[in-house]
Design a protein around this ligand. Structure first.
Ligand code: PMP
Length: 275
């Protein structure tokens, strides 16, 4: 069962107009929210970020926090996986023709739930491969936009290079992963790029920082040069579907992974899931 514009219906019956601006222009925003044991992880934070994306794109937020909660609770009850992932998309709506102009449209809201397959600690400790490439996305990546063509091509690049993630750099400075935030561990300090309009304020990033601080580690939000990343003791990425994942190789360079500091952060992060 999925949710589309006020109705709960089977996925096969969920249909939208070919004049929907999400379909024509990628004119919409979205969220991906993890759910552990029927417990929605950091729902308020995700809904706040959604509201920010909607404000930035001048799409009216169709629901209140409670209305979202009621819809999500109903959808989750119909999906029996232990851990789930919510995909929530809001487009500007259906126009009268394929015109770039718009006024007063009713947003299209689509929500679905899938099983969330998270890797366990044993699978994570060995680390995963990544490569670095140029960040050629637009400058407003703080908006979680459904216009994801560049990201789709990065996924293709990751598959062709047999790596888990593409790490992005702009003018020699690391921005984020194609679908994650980036951390380095350097001389016992955890560093991550500071939030600006060019990267997504990851909810997992926030929780990794919280976990590090809670366990008395030093965290700095600052510029990370590509050379700093390559010289780091460890590299991690974070996202709702990967949690905090060690990177063990970038190109030919290998990094140690799954060390004590990572374990400390990972273990604390696990406790946040049942808060
Ligand atoms: N940056 C980008 C570009 C992403 O697509 C994602 C995944 N949504 C993230 C960062 C991580 O965000 P979150 O921790 O909220 O999943």
């Amino acid at each position: 069962m999925v949710f589309l514009n006020g109705e709960f219906l089977p996925q096969k019956d969920a249909k939208i107009s070919t004049l929907d601006r999400g379909f024509l222009f990628g004119d919409g925003v979205y969220e991906v929210i993890p759910v552990y044991n029927q417990n929605i992880f950091k729902l308020t934070e995700h809904l706040n970020r959604l509201d920010g994306s909607l404000r930035a794109t001048k799409i009216k937020n169709p629901f209140t926090g409670n209305e979202y909660k009621n819809i999500l609770t109903k959808l989750l009850k119909n999906n029996f996986a232990k851990n789930q992932t919510i995909y929530l998309q809001i487009t500007r709506g259906v126009g009268e023709s394929r015109s770039h102009n718009f006024k007063n449209l009713t947003p299209t809201i689509y929500i679905r739930v899938d099983e969330l397959k998270i890797r366990n600690k044993n699978e994570l400790v060995c680390g995963f491969k990544a490569i670095i490439t140029k960040d050629i996305r637009w400058n407003n990546c703080y908006i979680k936009s459904t216009s994801l063509l560049t990201n789709v091509l990065y996924v293709e690049m990751a598959q062709a290079n047999l790596v888990e993630e593409i790490i992005l750099e702009k003018n020699g400075i690391i921005t984020e992963g194609a679908s994650s935030n980036v951390f380095i561990l350097s001389k016992n300090t955890i560093k991550t790029p500071k939030i600006n309009g060019e990267i997504l304020a990851g909810i997992t990033r926030e929780m990794v920082i919280k976990s590090a601080i809670a366990t008395n580690l030093e965290v700095k939000e600052c510029d990370i040069k590509t050379s700093d990343l390559m010289d780091a003791d460890e590299v991690w990425i974070s996202s709702s579907t990967r949690e905090v994942m060690p990177i063990s190789q970038i190109g030919d360079k290998t990094f140690s992974s799954g060390g004590e500091v990572w374990q400390q952060v990972y273990n604390h992060f696990q406790t946040l899931k049942s808060e």
